[in-house]
Design a protein around this ligand. Structure first.
Ligand code: HEM
Length: 398
């Protein structure tokens, strides 16, 4: 305790949040993090970390104390050696963030997203009809196959599965430390960087789509020059793996709980929040970072300035201080808008309505065509520095 300020020093924990076993199964680490205190220091990285829901929300919401301008990864993106181009949306603080967010929100609006429903439903019906009565690898055959079918088309982005996979792996491993995962993913993704830059050019987005609208907004002065390509890039990176991971978590939970599946058959409107409940339990994003610019305080603890602070979203999703029976998948829980797996405050996920629509239409088709979905083999998780994502999910579609 500091005698002058009355503030305590955060306890240290020495577990590596990026160790393979933690990435595959983070719940024990999340519990240790939450129970160590409202804020801790990760001794291996010199960064602070929070795992409780209240502090997660506070850090994500207070831009004056916790800026995103140092980047949302572990490294400080402003420092020599780690400097990189920042996202024009996510890595900009209010008030500068506001005009960009409003311009993009007007383009990716609820009205526009609703117009995609019929196409998504038809695509989901087609896909599920080819799989019903079979054993499937649900991550590739269902979650990825569906997102790859509808997402790039809806946004108007040129599509190349190998490139999208390699770029996703690179981006989400690069937000962590320079460990073996980081090096392998950078080696795998670098050959596709030119493809990504090219894909996000004005002439390569599909006319009449959301992506073209971003460039039109730029031409009409509603977005600064250069921002449209940066946002298309954020969509490609931010919208694909996250949604596949979330749908995977939902499929796993539904396959393990036949009573919930039966209930959804009777009340399919409950599907609207099923994705939220699945990602509260298994947040696709393991962690996102902010930076303290000045020395500050959090929950009675003194924090140094110019230091990274990790918000462990999956830990907050299971915080017993915030959720009753936090480990139970409960489709009656009032979860939408209150968990932090879609972020919080000004930077809350701008694609969440789209992610919900993808999940709802795919699950709707499964409910229409399958009597049961049941586990058909062991589930395995991937190791990606910033993500929690199932690798193999064998299911029987009965
Ligand atoms: C289940 C699926 C998804 C999850 C779990 C998810 C999660 C998140 C989270 C946690 C944040 C806030 C990050 C932070 O504050 O550091 C965020 C922001 C964002 N997401 Fe998503 N996301 C999903 C789907 C999508 C989709 C489909 C898109 C593309 C349309 C998208 C695009 C974005 C963008 C552009 C931001 C930055 C918003 C801003 O800074 O104003 N996301 N997302």
């Amino acid at each position: 305790m500091d005698a002058a300020t009355g503030l305590r020093t955060p306890p240290e924990i020495d577990i590596d949040p990026y160790a393979d076993d933690v990435l595959r199964s983070p719940d024990r680490f999340y519990e240790i993090l939450r129970e160590a205190g409202p804020v801790v220091r990760l001794s291996r990285y010199g960064a602070y970390a929070v795992g409780r829901h209240a502090e997660a929300k506070e850090v994500l919401s207070d831009y004056a104390r916790f800026t995103t301008t140092g980047g949302v990864g572990l490294a400080d993106a402003r420092k020599p050696g780690d400097a990189r181009a920042l996202s024009e949306l996510l890595e900009v603080d209010p008030p500068d963030h506001g005009p960009v967010r409003s311009a993009v929100q007007r383009i990716l609006s609820p009205v526009v997203i609703k117009t995609w429903r019929a196409d998504f439903e038809a695509a989901a019906d087609r896909l599920v009809q080819t799989l019903v009565g079979r054993n499937v690898e649900a991550m590739s055959d269902l979650a990825e196959a569906f997102v790859f079918e509808v997402f790039p088309k809806a946004l108007g982005i040129r599509f190349e599965p190998e490139a999208i996979r390699a770029i996703g792996l690179m981006m989400f491993n690069q937000s962590g430390p320079k460990n073996a995962l980081w090096h392998a993913a950078v080696a795998g993704g670098t050959p596709y960087l030119e493809w990504l830059t090219d894909t996000c050019r004005r002439e390569n987005v599909v006319p009449g789509t959301v992506s073209e609208q971003l460039f039109i907004a730029e031409e009409e002065g509603r977005l600064r020059q250069g921002v449209a390509a940066n946002i298309v890039r954020a969509f490609v990176r931010g919208g694909t793996d996250s949604t596949i991971a979330g749908i995977g978590a939902l499929l796993k939970n539904l396959s393990e709980q036949p009573d919930v599946w039966r209930r959804l058959k009777e009340e399919p409107t409950k599907l609207k929040i099923a994705l939220d409940e699945a990602i509260r339990l298994e947040s696709p994003f393991h962690v996102t970072f902010r930076t303290t610019l000045e020395p500050t305080e959090l929950a009675g603890y003194a924090l140094d300035g110019d230091t990274k602070i990790g918000v462990f979203l999956g830990a907050a999703g299971r915080d017993p201080r915030a959720w009753e029976a936090p480990d139970i998948f409960d489709i009656d829980r009032r979860v939408a808008g209150s968990h932090v797996s879609f972020g919080a405050a000004d930077h809350n996920c701008i694609g969440q309505m789209l992610a919900r629509l993808e999940s709802e239409t795919l699950m709707g088709a499964l409910l229409r065509h399958c009597d049961t979905i049941t586990p058909a083999g062991p589930v395995a998780y991937r190791t990606i520095n910033q993500m929690r994502m199932i690798e193999t999910l064998p299911l029987r579609l009965g």
